[in-house]
Design a protein around this ligand. Sequence first.
Ligand SMILES: N[C@@H](CCC(=O)N[C@@H](CS)C(=O)NCC(=O)O)C(=O)O
Length: 214
Amino acid sequence: MELYGFFRSSTSFRLRIALAWKGIPFESRPVSLPKMEHQAADFLAKNPQGLVPALVDDAGRVFTQSMAMIEYLDEVQPEPPLLPAGAEERWYVRAASQIVGCEIHPLNNVRVLKYLKNAYGLSDDRVNKGWYPHWIAEGLKGMEDFLLAQRRHGTYCLGDTFTMADVCLIPQIYNAQRYNCDLSAFPTVMKLFAAGAALEAVKKVEPSTQPDAF
Ligand SMILES: N[C@@H](CCC(=O)N[C@@H](CS)C(=O)NCC(=O)O)C(=O)O
């Protein structure tokens, strides 16, 4: 398996965690977002959407969209699982994952931040200290409230079982911390993050371990 990604891309980090959790060997193939390599012809040939990550298997098949990829990996290699067995618990894990994947991440994606600066003339400070933390706070409040309302969390988002929800949450918090967001209003989220981030499968693939880290 080859994983085309960028060291601090949270969606690439999701895939690295999922692969490491399942013990699936992979080679990291760096695609620099600052250098716009995700828009270069050779990468677009793999993912015409021009977004990382892209996973290429030994047969040369290309997989994109991180949450769909994680579910695919879980189907072809069910052990150890990243989705629970029951329909209701699967709904819960997908719902928590989508709070990150559909409501937090897209608003703070690189191209969105760039557009705010280039098309609307917003300063780096207004984007990085205004827009970015605003949507992190909105999104994580949603996650905190969801967790407390559902009362299904334990060590991880789903009881003591590490799942796709944790795989999505952990990289998002890494990035929020990189932008110095105040996360003190989300104690439940942060407790779950701390437990997940301490796992060997997470530590060994965190951004600073990657060949393109700077
Ligand atoms: N929904 C996609 C999102 C992928 C995505 O947006 N990746 C970001 C990096 S985390 C990216 O490639 N951004 C490039 C850009 O915004 O120009 C997924 O989950 O894989």
